[in-house]
Design a protein around this ligand. Structure first.
Ligand SMILES: C[S@@+](CC[C@H](N)C(=O)[O-])C[C@H]1O[C@@H](n2cnc3c(N)ncnc32)[C@H](O)[C@@H]1O
Length: 418
């Protein structure tokens, strides 16, 4: 058994022993742990597996700052579980596929130093402002001082009228142009970044809280043609929305938890827009814990789902090199290359919690491919933790296809240096 018998010393050995004991005896939500072993093909080891409901949406409400949508995000309870058990305040927690930054934000809220990377610049746009949130009053003042009418003088992309009322689109065009100019001339500040992050989050959705007419959930943008078909089928036309008002309302909701709980200083957070396999900016042996979830084969089309968000921020998501690997061998190689880089940045006694899901109706268990890929990169699998959860709204980050392509369990392979 690679996990249990691998030679570990010091802190790593103590933490591993405690974790095996805790997982085996876990019963916090009234259900006993099912234990077994996983013996992946092509691997020379049996790895202990523990299955239970280890965290649940009922356990505790996450911090309000987490509440933005992103395709295939995990719940804050997942990184919390590992950060709490495997790190101390001040330790460095890294997510090489940060997405909306659930790991980074949770780590920062727990007084750890956060480092993150995503190949999509949207990652940093969504994460940075929530690691350094402004006062609500400053957001209100900035919104009140915008020259919203200036949008009337700007060219408007008429295709977008399939989503937005002409007035709403003019306001959005003003905001988009403002942020792109502020960014280009280096005058963008924390309040601007916050407003941009909230606006990105309100672009499209299925309620009056979003700028668009009824469409798919906010983490998925359909094409203009599909939206025209949705409008026809539902006999709907985009209604006028007040962009500033909706941004203020969502800002208030996001900042709610800060009324009771102030944030620890987060100035040490570091965000990269890069390929997870090439992160030369990160020093060797600098990370205590990685908590991450890579793209699962081609289950999610991050470029398509985020095209509208990219448009608003001034870049084309289709031009990004977002990893989409439909075949297992190519995916395994991608994961192995990622592990080589993670192994470089990980401290000798550091941990990697690598979350994958079931794909293809549960017929492909990605953890069985993660373990050999990790071993090929010189890492060792300590255990597999399977968190089984009932279907909940937050688990529905797979959107409408959840029952066919998605997952209702988190499968986490816990790794360390071999
Ligand atoms: C499953 S999502 C991560 C979601 C994240 N755990 C959260 O809670 O928001 C995977 C992320 O990997 C990013 N990605 C895809 N290929 C990448 C690569 N080669 N390097 C870095 N990031 C990549 C995607 O843009 C996407 O945001």
């Amino acid at each position: 058994m690679a996990g249990a018998h691998h030679k570990k010393t010091g802190k790593l050995a103590v933490q591993a022993k405690q974790l095996h004991r805790e997982l085996a005896a876990f019963c916090a939500f009234g259900q006993e742990t099912a234990s077994g072993f996983c013996a992946p093909e092509g691997s020379d080891s049996m790895v202990p597996v523990y299955a239970n409901e280890f965290w649940t949406s009922k356990q505790r409400a996450g911090h309000s700052l987490h509440e933005i949508s992103y395709r295939a995000c995990f719940k804050p309870q997942l990184p919390h579980f590992f950060i709490e058990r495997l790190t101390q305040p001040g330790d460095c927690v890294y997510d090489p596929f940060m997405g909306r930054g659930t790991t980074l934000l949770e780590a920062a809220l727990m007084g750890r130093r956060s480092v993150g990377c995503d190949i999509n610049p949207l990652g940093a746009i969504l994460v940075a402002p929530r690691l350094n949130p402004p006062d609500l009053e400053d957001v209100r003042d900035r919104l009140a001082n915008f020259d919203w009418a200036a949008g009337a003088a700007l060219p408007v992309d008429k295709d977008l009228l399939a989503f937005f009322h002409p007035e709403t689109l003019r306001e959005l065009t003003f905001l988009r142009d403002y942020f792109i100019r502020r960014e280009a001339d280096g005058r963008i500040d924390a309040v601007d970044r916050w407003i941009r992050m909230v606006a990105v989050n309100r672009l499209t959705g299925h309620s009056k809280g979003f700028f668009s007419v009824y469409t798919l959930p906010p983490n998925q943008s359909v094409s203009v043609e599909s939206q025209r078909r949705i409008n026809e089928k539902r006999a709907q036309e985009p209604e006028r929305r007040n962009v500033g008002e909706l941004i203020f309302r969502k800002s208030k909701a996001l900042l709610k938890s800060l009324l009771d709980e102030s944030l620890p200083p987060m100035e040490q957070a570091r965000l990269l827009t890069a390929d997870a396999r090439q992160t030369a900016e990160l020093a060797d042996g600098s990370v205590d814990l990685v908590v991450t979830s890579p793209p699962f084969l081609n289950v999610v089309d991050y470029a398509q789902d985020n095209w509208m968000r990219g448009w608003f921020c001034g870049f084309d998501t289709a031009a990004l090199n977002i990893s989409v690997t439909p075949k297992i061998p190519v995916w395994s190689q991608f994961i192995c290359d990622t592990f080589r880089e993670l192994s470089r940045v990980l401290k000798p006694d550091g941990w990697i919690a690598f979350e994958v899901g079931e794909v293809d109706k549960g017929t492909v268990k990605l953890e069985e491919h993660v373990i050999p890929a990790a071993q090929a990169a010189g890492l060792c699998a300590e255990l597999v933790l399977i968190n089984e959860q009932g279907f909940t709204k937050t688990a529905n980050c797979w959107g409408i296809d959840n029952n066919r392509k998605g997952t209702n369990s988190n499968r986490v392979v816990l790794l360390h240096h071999g």
